[in-house]
Design a protein around this ligand. Structure first.
Ligand code: ATP
Length: 248
């Protein structure tokens, strides 16, 4: 399954204005793997992802992307090395069409851009009939597919997906998550998937990490974790006893 280590996080502390909200986190994502990052609201999942794409600095420890330290001075340079980040709010241009949204980030020769555009649509064929539709007229699920297609058009080796299920009905999430699996299987990209639908995410992931209050509290093989509801619940509830529970 796994191969090259694409993302290697060691003893990471990261946060805002010099104050850590994630502490001592270590994780890795290898080529072809889907790795779920789980945990209750405020656990530090988004903070970890934006540190990986260089949007906020590493306070301590290290984040290594494709063998090099993440560049938090020039996030776009990280993107150029082969990383794509689909943010929580999807950041689409609603007044532009599907095709225009997808073409925005494309670089290289005309033929290369056309091939990248086409291969992204091959992975998300439901978008093909919608290429001329304005993004603002798409359903929530279609908008999420477009956000993924735009990321895939850059042919990333590593894809960071932040809560793709945000605002979507569970039945739509159930249709989208297998596409994530297919992306990893077909392109060999590694995927770091932040998701609130714990069981659905574990159903398509290879491995998972659970964060709580900014710390890693559980990690393991996704299939094994699926069978350990007790461990999952304990990791969500934490020692203090909270109210968050992993979603069904
Ligand atoms: P959620 O599922 O709610 O997005 P999360 O696990 O992604 O949760 P983060 O968004 O990473 O959690 O938040 C971790 C902590 O950092 C929280 O306590 C949050 O309030 C804090 N935080 C998030 N963004 C900022 C910010 N821009 N400035 C200061 N603190 C922040």
């Amino acid at each position: 399954m796994s191969g090259e280590v694409l993302l290697d996080i060691q003893n990471l502390s990261t946060g805002y204005s010099g104050v850590p909200v994630v502490r001592n986190l270590s994780l890795h994502v290898d080529a072809g793997e889907v790795v779920a990052m789980l945990g209750p609201n405020g656990a530090g999942k988004t903070t970890t992802l934006i540190t990986c794409s260089g949007l906020i600095p590493v306070l301590a420890g290290s984040v290594t992307l494709f063998g090099n330290s993440v560049n938090s001075k020039s996030p776009f340079k990280n993107a150029r090395t082969g990383m794509a980040h689909v943010v929580e709010d999807r950041s689409l241009f609603f007044g532009l069409t599907v095709a225009e949204n997808m073409r925005l980030g494309l670089t290289g020769s005309r033929a290369g851009r056309a091939a990248a555009f086409d291969s992204a649509l091959d992975l998300l064929p439901a978008l093909r009939p919608l290429v001329d539709r304005r993004a603002g007229l798409l359903s929530g699920g279609e908008q999420q597919m477009l956000a993924m297609a735009r990321a895939l058009a850059s042919q990333p080796k590593l894809l960071l997906l932040d809560e793709m299920s945000m605002g979507l009905a569970p039945v739509i999430v159930q249709r989208l998550l297998p596409i994530v699996r297919e992306i990893a299987d077909q392109t060999g990209a590694g995927v770091l998937l932040v998701e609130q639908h714990v069981h659905m995410a574990l159903g398509i992931a290879d491995r998972a990490y659970v964060l709580s209050h900014g710390e890693l509290v559980l990690e393991g093989d996704a299939k094994e974790l699926l069978e350990r509801q007790d461990l999952l619940e304990a990791s969500y509830l934490g020692e203090q006893g909270g109210t968050a529970r992993p979603d069904e």
